[in-house]
Design a protein around this ligand. Structure first.
Ligand code: GLY
Length: 358
């Protein structure tokens, strides 16, 4: 089993990675066994949750209840959180309750927020069931919900007690979800580890098609290591953690301009990485060779066609984002493949040129 520590200022917590690990949860979390557990899950994974986690907990004699939230991003709302607070009080949950997030990013984010705020804070554990959640959202303690005005506008940094990653859980994941997560996997290599970038790029198909479970497990673990290292050095995204947003600035703008749901998050990030790479080259940070290497790896992913992009509305969205972040646009660029930097030198014409060359 691979154990990766997320070392924070005042404490650290483990990320456990191993196929079949779900069966070992009562042993992994033995010190929490006497407490009441509340598992938060979503309809689409409820059967998987019942057949694995809940069954294992029952046979280990752990007192566990389940709260099921609706599907989709809309479930990440304050009204949903309010209903969950009520369900926790109805279950007589006190401060010793352990919340367990069993699901993808939506379940993880809302459970983390619930844990941060119910009775001023209870412990929680992340059990991600999607590849994207395994390598990104379940790690690092970003929790939150959406407002009608935008995504993740209410939240807290609140770290879990641990993250249990069982790569077998991605078996039933739709192909497009796997592809979308692969963009984030390539991202880790692009920003921090060129060798890993090459390994993922060379084995892209076998990872997506789950032909090589060892490779999948190793790749998940490497992403977790990179994220753990970055979060350990900058938990609250004051500087270094921003590099995790490589491809996200234009990626988010593409998602908004094209209308939410047209592109999956990872697909938008994939295009965002090509565009950020192109801007890095324009500014003299990335060689032609490295740029083509980045672009050809990302384009191995079966991405939907972008069609005509209205560059002025895309720029508007980037600017709105900038305003929401205190007027500063922290653009993540590459100073060579495998090394990210933050730049405030990116202006409209760089973005327009990059879009034109797509
Ligand atoms: N998903 C980026 C971060 O956790 O900082």
């Amino acid at each position: 089993m691979k154990i990766i520590e997320v070392s924070l200022k005042d404490r650290s917590y483990p990320i456990w990675v191993k196929p079949g690990l779900l069966d070992q949860i009562p042993q992994l979390l033995a010190s929490y066994r006497k407490r009441r557990w509340v598992v938060i899950t979503q309809r689409s994974v409820k059967d998987m949750c019942d057949g694995t986690l809940i069954k294992t907990l029952a046979s280990a004699g752990v007192r566990a209840s389940t709260i099921v939230i609706p599907e989709g991003e809309n479930a990440k709302s304050l009204s949903q959180v309010e209903s969950m607070y009520q369900q926790l009080t109805e279950l007589d949950c006190d401060r010793s309750t352990l919340l367990v997030a069993f699901g993808g990013g939506v379940v993880g984010d809302i459970t983390g927020f619930l844990a941060a705020t119910y009775l001023r804070g209870v412990d929680y554990v992340q059990v991600p069931t999607t590849l994207l959640a395994m390598i990104d959202s379940a790690i690092g303690g970003k929790t939150g919900v959406n407002l009608p005005q935008g995504k993740n506008l209410v939240g807290a940094f609140y770290q879990p007690e641990g993250v249990v990653i069982d790569p077998n859980l991605v078996e039933s994941l739709p192909h497009r979800e796997m592809v979308s997560a692969m963009a984030e996997m390539l991202k880790y290599g692009a920003i921090r580890d060129r060798n890993f970038f090459d390994r993922v790029s060379e084995n892209l198909d076998s990872i997506v098609l789950r032909e090589d479970d060892t490779m999948l497990t190793e790749a998940i673990a490497r992403c977790c290591e990179i994220k753990a290292e970055v979060v350990s050095r900058d938990e609250q995204e004051k500087d270094l953690r921003r590099i995790l947003n490589f491809g996200h600035t234009i990626g988010h703008a593409l998602e908004t301009t094209m209308g939410f749901g047209v592109l999956k998050h990872g697909e938008a990030v994939a295009y965002g990485m090509i565009l950020a790479g192109s801007i890095s080259r324009d500014l003299g940070h990335l060689s032609d060779e490295d740029f083509y290497h980045l672009e050809s790896a990302v384009r191995k992913l079966p991405l939907p066609e972008l069609g005509e992009i209205d560059s002025s509305s895309l720029l508007e969205t980037v600017k709105r984002d900038k305003k929401a972040k205190g007027g500063k646009l922290h653009f993540v660029l590459l100073q060579g493949l495998g090394h990210a930097i933050i730049s405030d030198q990116v202006v409209d014409r760089h973005i327009i040129r990059a879009l034109a060359s797509l």
